[in-house]
Write a protein that binds this ligand. Sequence first.
Ligand code: DX5
Ligand code: ZN
Length: 227
Amino acid sequence: MSFDRSLKIAPSILAADFANFGAEIQAVEAQGADWIHVDVMDGHFVPNITFGPATCAAIRPHIRTVMDVHLMIAPVDPYIDAFAAAGADFITAHVEAGPHIHRTLQAIRGAGCKAGVALNPGTPAEAVAPLLDMVDMVCVMTVNPGFGGQKFIHACVDKVRTLRSLIGDREIHIEIDGGVDPATAPLVRDAGADVLVAGSAVFRGGSVSDPSPYGANIRAIRAAVTA
Ligand code: DX5
Ligand code: ZN
């Protein structure tokens, strides 16, 4: 996978039909998704539970783009090998998930995956400054993690700008997660983000039997950014 800062839209399957992930993934990729964002929640680090490595392994054959696994779990380390074996391209762990994020990121790369570090809205950009030589992506949460469909927190936009300047020339993606839609996408793109996760704003109005709204929703985000 070569590095570039072109705009990438990563639909979150948190907003898809949980009984039909394979078909949902194929539909949203056919409609223009660049990556597939997979939200893993444990009911402990965040107040919601989704799924684990077995589901990731089951959906992997349906993903032709990039499998972007966002771990909202604590602890992380005991599960890294299982998510790597499930076929994750990126594994992102939260800086708040434990005292040894440095070790966690080493383990993610050691398992052969790209390493991401995520920041909750209450955590400053500087928290990842000592980690920038060991990550491939920083994920800036623009909602409090746990649920789809929440309102974008505008105070996080300045953090993206700070992060972009801390990153400098390093080949590190900036991903935005939470409340991304055609109104908020341009704000974070202008601040330096290249990967935009979107759940409700992509899946709204469509279904596996009527997937064209997925395409229209993705194009609306792209158009807002390039306008
Ligand atoms: C929230 C998840 C997000 C979520 C985004 O905890 O990490 O990926 O699915 O959903 P929307 O786009 O609906 O805010
Ligand atoms: Zn996510």
